[in-house]
Every structure is written in structure tokens, then in C-alpha cells.
Design a binder for this molecule. Structure first.
Ligand code: SF4
Length: 354
């Protein structure tokens, strides 16, 4: 069976590192179930072309949790949430470094330091600097990414000088939908910080959350808006609708929808790191190995306020999919210990999406 012309065009453009055509992207999102494996296979060819079999591992360190004055509807740490999440001030730099050490030993290349809040104070920035230095002091090879909310260019420069490689600031959703998920800041505020980060010479990590009720056209719009920012990595979150958040109970994602969204983003970002982030376990479920044929990067272990899949299970999934952790020797064939099946729920706390 010949692939539809729109899929051939998406594939042809992406294999050349070219742009995403919006009309073809919409066709992908609306495509029939019988075309799903063809869509995944085409996106997998793009992944293989630019990333081979590599999977980059990142690890989240929630350096300051809860009590955020913003009202992001998807977030368990927001003032609009009654979710029972841990609240604590900044953890000590040496504790963050110890967590980073353990993650590096498991194969993580990037450590993502995340602090809840609208924007960092001068004290927060000084703490972030000390934490970056502590991590880089023990593991200079690790990339440190920081996520502290809104940031001015001079503040981003401070983080870069301290050794940060990148800054995370997601666009989250489309401009028109932004007012439905947050009233304390705007889409334009987020674009402004993403732009400051680039000006300061930090690489930008910026992605979105899907499952907020967005239409196909909005998914394409988000992908194109992210492309304009030229991020070096794109985290893809699927909403974790936890109890106590305004989006508690929100539905609308299936594993097949998640795969189509990922494929669309692969075509939009053929050469850019595409990271499976929060919600992959509960929305992709047993389709995670297929998603790994599209995305080239995952978070290892837990998210900000919820448990992820056990890291041993993630590493086994990567091996079983015929992929390999970036910068690690491929495992010898056939002699990996089997990992016992383990059931995990989405975690008892609510999850922020990153
Ligand atoms: Fe605060 Fe960030 Fe959560 Fe929004 S997503 S409520 S800014 S911690």
C-alpha cells in the first residue's frame, strides 16, 4: 500500500531537516487508525536519520516545591490546587549534587533543576548558582538545565556564567487557549522569557502539555510556535489530571492520539531533541516503546511531584526496543536480566507537568 501524499511530503521534508507544513500536519493528526503504524514508521525513520538508536536520559531535581503564587490549572503546586503535594524550600546544593551523582551513574546526561514560583528572587538565583556549581563540581560532564519561572536576560546570564547549559520554559499551549489554563500570566510573558534565554546564550528547552482540550489545529499551531523559538530540546508532556487541580478528571488523550502528536512534533523538529516527559506512563501506557521509536529522549525516574516508571524498567524498555542510552556502551546481546513486571499508578501526589 502506498503512503498518502501528505505523509510522503512530511517525511521528505523532515528527512532534509525541513519545515512542517501545517495542512499536512493537520492531516496526520486526523488520520485513520489503519494509518497509525505508517505514521509511526515514518517518524521513526526521521528519528533514526538524525539520532540513530540513541536515547538521551535526563533527570529532574525538584529543588523547591509547592506554594506557587501562579494559578496554572494543570499544576499541583499552584495556588489553585488543593492537591496534597510536598512543600519545601530550596534543598541544599550538596543534596542536589548527590541526586545528580546517582542519576549520572544510571546514565543521565542532563540534570534539570526545577523550582516552583513565578520568578526567582536574588536569593533564589544565588542558590541556583551554588547548586549548579555543586553538581558541575562533582560531575563536570553533566548538562545542567534550570527552570525557575520568568527570567530577564541578565538573570539568564548569571545562570550561564555559573555553568548552566540550558533553561526550561515551556509554551504549554496555544495563545488562544492560554487564558483558560492560567490567569496570573500570559502566553506573551512566556515567549518573552524564552527569548531572553536565547539572548543570554543559554540554550532553550521549551515544549508543551497536551490533553488540555486543544484541537488538531492548535496542536499544529503549538508545534509551529515552538519552532519559531528554535529550542534545543522540546519536552512533550501529556496532562496528568490529578485530584485537587482544576483539571482533575480531564480526559481526551489515548495512546494513539499521543503517538500522532509525537509524530507531528518529530516532523516539526527532525533534528531537535524530543523528550517524552510527564504523563507518558499513564497516557501512552503499553505504547511507550513505540513512542521511543519517535522521541530520542526521556526523563528517567520520577517527575516533580509524582512517581514515574522505575528507572530499571525504563532502561529495560530502551534495551528491549533495540535502542541504547546515549554515551553508554550497548548491552551485550541476550544476557540482560529480566525485569519483573511491576504495576505502578500515577503516584499519590499530583504531578506538575514539565
Ligand atoms: Fe507555578 Fe510553574 Fe506550577 Fe505555574 S507551572 S503554578 S508557574 S510551579
Amino acid at each position: 500500500m502506498r503512503s498518502p501524499a501528505w505523509l510522503e511530503r512530511l517525511l521528505g521534508s523532515a528527512l532534509q531537516g525541513g519545515p512542517l507544513d501545517a495542512a499536512d500536519g493537520s492531516k496526520l493528526l486526523a488520520s485513520d487508525e489503519e494509518l497509525l503504524l505508517e505514521v509511526v514508521a515514518a517518524a521513526a525513520r526521521v528519528r533514526r536519520r538524525f539520532f540513530g538508536a540513541r536515547v538521551k536520559l535526563s533527570f529532574l531535581v525538584n529543588v523547591k516545591s509547592g506554594a506557587c503564587p501562579e494559578d496554572c490549572a494543570y499544576c499541583s503546586q499552584s495556588r489553585a490546587s488543593t492537591a496534597d503535594v510536598l512543600k519545601y524550600p530550596w534543598i541544599a546544593p550538596e543534596d542536589a549534587a548527590e541526586l545528580a551523582e546517582r542519576a549520572a551513574a544510571a546514565g543521565a546526561r542532563r540534570i534539570c533543576l526545577v523550582a516552583a514560583g513565578r520568578r526567582p528572587s536574588g536569593r533564589d538565583l544565588a542558590r541556583a548558582e551554588r547548586t549548579i556549581e555543586a553538581i558541575r563540581g562533582c560531575r563536570p560532564e553533566l548538562e545542567v538545565c534550570v527552570s525557575l519561572g520568568f527570567l530577564r536576560e541578565a538573570e539568564a546570564e548569571r545562570l550561564r556564567r555559573a555553568g548552566a547549559a540550558s533553561y526550561n520554559h515551556n509554551l504549554n499551549t496555544s495563545p488562544d487557549r492560554y487564558g483558560e489554563i492560567c490567569t496570573t500570566h500570559s502566553y506573551a510573558d512566556r515567549v518573552a522569557t524564552a527569548t531572553s534565554v536565547g539572548r543570554a546564550g543559554l540554550s532553550l528547552c521549551s515544549g508543551a502539555i497536551f490533553g488540555l482540550g486543544e484541537s488538531d489545529a492548535e496542536v499544529v499551531e503549538i508545534a509551529l510556535a515552538l519552532r519559531e523559538l528554535e529550542p534545543s530540546s522540546v519536552p512533550v508532556n501529556f496532562l496528568m489530571p490529578f485530584e485537587g487541580t482544576p483539571l482533575d478528571g480531564a480526559r481526551g488523550l489515548s495512546p494513539r492520539r499521543c503517538l500522532r502528536i509525537l509524530a507531528l512534533l518529530r516532523f516539526a523538529f527532525p533534528r531537535t531533541e524530543l523528550r517524552l516527559a510527564a504523563g507518558r506512563e499513564i497516557h501512552l501506557r503499553t505504547a511507550q516503546p513505540l513512542a521511543l521509536q519517535i522521541a530520542d529522549s526521556i526523563f528517567l525516574g520520577d517527575y516533580l511531584t509524582s512517581e514515574g516508571q522505575a528507572r530499571e524498567d525504563d532502561l529495560a524498555m530502551i534495551r528491549d526496543a533495540g535502542l541504547e542510552v546515549e554515551d553508554s556502551a550497548p548491552p551485550p546481546a541476550g544476557d540482560q536480566p529480566a525485569v519483573a513486571p511491576r504495576r505502578r499508578g500515577p503516584g499519590t501526589g499530583a504531578a506538575a507537568n514539565l
